[in-house]
Design a protein around this ligand. Structure first.
Ligand SMILES: N[C@@H](CCC(=O)N[C@@H](CS)C(=O)NCC(=O)O)C(=O)O
Length: 214
C-alpha cells in the first residue's frame, strides 16, 4: 500500500500508529505539502483534494485520516477491537472521530496554524475555542479509561495525534485532569505514538522564532 505522508503531520501520524498496531507495512512516500508537492497533476489525480495522508491500496485511493483508520481496521484488522461493529459502540467512536476533526483539531488549525502559517497574531477568541474543545474532551473521559469508553479504539489514536501536537505547541493540558490522565496512559499502550512529533516541535519552535523576529 502506498502511503503519501509527511512525518510531522498529525493526521499522518495517526495513520502510522494504527498501521503499526495492526502490523501493516506501508510503502511510505514523502510528500512535502509545505513545498507544494501535493499540487502535481499526478498526485491530484490520486487525490483531487490534494491532502495528506492519502492511502492507495491496490489502485483504491482513500484520504481523510479518520476514514483511513477505519478502512485499515475493517479491511486488515484481525478483529473489530479498534473499530467495534456494535452500532452503539461504533457510534461513540464515530462521534469522537468527528469531534476530533470538527472541533479539537480544527481549533488547533484556527489558533496555531493561523499564527504559524498565515503569520496572524494570536487570537484570544480562537484560544477560547481550544479551551472549550479540551473541556468537552475532559467530560468525555470522565469515568472512562479511553476516549470512547472502556476499550482502546481508533478514536484514541486520532485524538492522541492531535493532543500530542497541542502539547508540543506548549498548550497546558494539566488543567484538564481526565485528559492529562488519559494522555499519560494511552502513550504507554500505543507504540510509536511520538514518531515524527519531534519534527513537528522543531517546526513550531522555528515558526515562533520567525514570528518573534518579524
Ligand atoms: N482532515 C484531513 C486534514 C488533512 C490535511 O489538511 N492535511 C494537510 C497536511 S497536515 C495537507 O495535506 N495540506 C495540503 C493541502 O491541503 O493542499 C485529515 O485528517 O486527513
Amino acid at each position: 500500500m502506498d502511503f503519501y505522508y509527511l512525518p510531522a503531520s498529525a493526521p499522518c501520524r495517526a495513520v502510522l500508529m494504527v498501521a503499526r498496531a495492526l502490523g501493516i507495512e506501508l510503502n511510505k512516500k514523502l510528500l512535502n505539502t509545505l513545498a507544494g508537492e501535493q499540487l502535481t497533476p499526478e498526485f491530484v489525480k490520486i487525490n483531487p483534494q490534494h491532502t495528506i495522508p492519502t492511502l492507495v491500496d491496490n489502485g483504491f485511493s482513500v484520504w481523510e485520516s479518520r476514514a483511513i483508520l477505519v478502512y485499515l481496521v475493517e479491511q486488515y484488522g484481525k478483529d473489530d477491537a479498534l473499530y467495534p461493529k456494535d452500532p452503539q459502540e461504533q457510534a461513540l467512536v464515530n462521534q469522537r472521530l468527528y469531534f476530533d476533526m470538527g472541533s479539537l483539531s480544527q481549533s488547533f488549525a484556527d489558533y496555531y496554524y493561523a499564527q504559524f502559517l498565515q503569520h496572524k497574531p494570536a487570537d484570544p477568541a480562537q484560544f477560547e475555542k481550544v479551551k472549550t474543545s479540551f473541556s468537552y474532551l475532559n467530560v468525555f473521559l470522565e469515568g472512562h479509561q479511553f476516549v470512547a469508553g472502556p476499550k482502546l479504539t481508533v478514536a484514541d489514536f486520532s485524538i492522541l495525534a492531535t493532543v500530542s501536537t497541542f502539547v508540543v505547541a506548549d498548550f497546558d493540558i494539566s488543567k484538564y485532569a481526565n485528559v492529562a490522565r488519559w494522555y499519560q496512559a494511552v502513550k504507554k499502550v500505543i507504540p510509536g505514538w511520538d514518531e515524527g512529533l519531534n519534527v513537528m516541535k522543531e517546526w513550531i519552535d522555528a515558526k515562533r522564532k520567525e514570528n518573534a523576529s518579524n
